[in-house]
Design a protein around this ligand. Structure first.
Ligand code: C2E
Ligand code: MG
Ligand code: MG
Ligand code: MG
Length: 283
């Protein structure tokens, strides 16, 4: 009986793996063709200064329409785009689109806003990466200091030297650098000193710890670390007023999260910017 069960399991898993491979290849094929057909969208989530309550920037976040009015999550397709190498071209488009949006915002009188763009490891391995960033900025006539690159700890750990070298060049060019999801990766503290960083993004898992009566030690530690290193800090995934207030008390500079605004299409962002009042004032 035991033997049969083992075989069953093996067949079950073999089929599962086969299905997964088929599914993955199919997704990659569809992603490639939808990207070529310009069907990917770049949405934006506002970033708010916790002292002034003003929108000071936004993070660009990919959206892939599923053809039925819904969207496939980037948490699902970005890993596939990385695995297939598609992220190199998609990421280049994200950079260009972000800079074009900055240009449009400037024309609308929001020339102070910055944009944050997520960068994956295959993009750093592309020897034209630095040029692509500079080109995106010059094509749209953008101030480099309004572009912020977000990298996770795992990106740094994957290719420390390549990443550090590229970031140093871009930093000299005026571009800002943020560490995304800080505290969730296996960051070697020594890299924190070697990287030309501007900002730490406190991962939303630590912000989530902030509940009435709880201490949120890790959120506090990360903000303190950021301050001591002379870096700006931003809290990710702020969903409640309590969390926003707690982050202010910790001395965190900025926040991003559903409490303030969800990621929205560019046109909706422009509408939101017309409103001087943020959701926070209304609640
Ligand atoms: P991320 O860079 O950490 O982006 C933040 C994610 O948290 C976004 O998920 C955002 O929608 C979500 N979020 C923001 N506020 C809240 C909140 O208050 N509560 C909760 N529960 N979630 C919140 P999204 O848009 O699904 O993106 C997932 C990940 O996909 C991103 O994580 C990023 O790693 C990746 N990604 C998205 N766009 C790009 C891109 O253009 N290039 C690359 N390389 N990766 C991207
Ligand atoms: Mg990010
Ligand atoms: Mg993040
Ligand atoms: Mg994340």
């Amino acid at each position: 009986r035991a033997k049969k069960k083992l075989t069953d399991n093996f067949e079950y898993y073999a089929k599962d793996i086969e299905d997964q491979t088929t599914w993955r290849l199919d997704m990659i094929r569809r992603l490639r063709s939808d990207f070529a057909a310009r069907k990917l969208e770049l949405w934006f989530q506002p970033q708010v200064d916790l002292l002034t309550d003003k929108v000071v920037g936004m993070e660009g976040l990919l959206r892939w329409p599923d053809g039925n009015g819904g969207y496939i999550s980037p948490a699902v397709f970005v890993p596939l785009a990385e695995y297939s190498g598609l992220i190199v071209d998609i990421g280049e488009w994200v950079l260009e689109e972000s800079c074009r949006r900055l240009q449009q915002l400037r024309e609308l009188g929001h020339g102070h806003l910055r944009v944050a763009v997520n960068i994956s490891i295959p993009q750093f391995r592309d020897r034209f990466f630095v040029d692509k960033v500079k080109n995106a900025l010059t094509e749209a006539d953008c101030d480099p200091s309004l572009l912020e690159l977000e990298i996770t700890e795992s990106v740094v750990m994957d290719e420390p030297q390549i990443v550090i070298d590229a970031l140093r060049v871009l930093k000299d060019y005026g571009v800002k650098i943020a560490i995304d999801d800080f505290g969730t990766g296996f960051s070697s503290m020594s890299y924190l000193q070697q990287l030309p960083l501007d900002r730490l993004k406190v991962d939303r898992s630590f912000v989530k710890d902030i509940q009435p009566g709880s201490a949120a030690v890790l959120a506090e530690t990360i903000v303190t670390l950021g301050n001591k290193l002379g870096l700006l800090t931003i809290a990710e995934g702020v969903e409640t007023r309590e969390q926003a207030i707690y982050m202010i008390k910790l001395g965190c500079d900025e926040a991003q999260g559903f409490f303030f605004a969800k990621p929205i299409p560019f046109d909706q962002l422009v509408e939101l910017l017309k409103n001087t009042r943020l959701p926070r004032d209304e609640t």
